[in-house]
Design a protein around this ligand. Structure first.
Ligand SMILES: Nc1ncnc2c1ncn2[C@@H]1O[C@H](COP(=O)(O)OP(=O)(O)OP(=O)(O)O)[C@@H](O)[C@H]1O
Length: 258
């Protein structure tokens, strides 16, 4: 096998990416790849830029007034910072899940059917199939199949989070971004989300921001450690946690700060 064939396929290539909130330089010269069908964890102390980084990947951050981005985030062979793709199309391909499930105040069915509908799917049977498929992929189908018309707010916090994941999956994304998806959940619900993420990586590329280093170690293939707006170290999760190359990474993962 050639070296090129061995090279891992990437979904995002981030190169010398910078972001400012007005005068505040929040992300500095970020360079690393996000590999296809892997889980990449973003770790680091509070305020280091994890959320800002993950929100840059779907250009959510760039919509905040006063934000300026430079450099290169290549997704599907185009630099999304410069080329400014259509945001509806970008977010169809790059879904996002937040700390707290944020379903729409509508039925379970309508929450999941929402994405396909705005992308033009009107056929009722097709929508039903897509909703069922997405709910099965998030292990929610058996829990809700008899009450698809109840309001999504009637679900538990963990179920709402899985519903939001089903909503993201329904548009057939390439990537799902998770910003601390389990920090508002009880341990059992959190565990279900972790299991789900491990299953989802067969079909999707996943980037997860987490404060929980055990979680990063359990579910990610690659980890990137951020500090003061810089990406300090990126590598195989096992290697980064057992034998970090950088002194600051070591101090963080051994709990000496953060
Ligand atoms: N909308 C904003 N306007 C101005 N500054 C912001 C904004 N959002 C974040 N920041 C600043 O950018 C820096 C990085 O914030 P960010 O939320 O990305 O960090 P984080 O690592 O995700 O933190 P946490 O773990 O506490 O959620 C912080 O100094 C924060 O105060």
């Amino acid at each position: 096998m050639t070296t090129a064939a061995l090279k891992q396929e990437t979904v995002f290539d981030i190169n010398e990416m910078n972001l400012w909130y007005d005068q505040f330089h929040a992300l500095k010269d970020i360079t690393f790849p996000i590999h296809k069908k892997e889980v990449t964890a973003i770790i680091g102390p509070s305020g280091c830029g994890k959320s800002t980084f993950i929100k840059s990947l779907n250009l959510m951050a760039s919509r905040i007034p006063g934000v300026k981005m430079t450099g290169d985030i290549t997704f599907n062979h185009q630099n999304i910072i410069i080329n400014k793709p259509n945001l509806v199309d970008l977010r169809k391909k790059v879904g996002m899940i937040f700390q707290k499930g944020n379903p729409f105040p509508q039925s379970i069915f309508e929450n999941v059917a929402y994405g396909p509908k705005i992308h033009g799917i009107r056929n009722k049977k097709r929508l039903q199939e897509m909703v069922e498929d997405s709910l099965k992929k998030t292990a929610l189908w058996d829990e809700v199949k008899d009450r698809l018309n109840v309001n999504a707010f009637d679900l538990s916090g963990g179920q709402q989070q899985r519903l939001c994941i089903a909503r993201a999956i329904a548009t057939n994304p390439d990537v799902i971004l998770f910003d601390e998806p389990t920090s508002a959940l009880d341990p059992v619900s959190a565990n279900k989300i972790e299991e789900l993420i491990l299953n989802l990586k067969q079909n999707y590329t996943i980037v997860i921001v987490t404060h929980n280093m055990q979680q990063a170690a359990r579910i990610s293939d690659k980890t990137a450690f951020f500090l003061h707006g810089r990406m300090i170290e990126h590598g195989d999760t096992n290697q980064l946690f057992s034998n970090p190359k950088n002194k600051e990474t070591e101090e963080y993962i051994t709990g000496r700060f953060g």
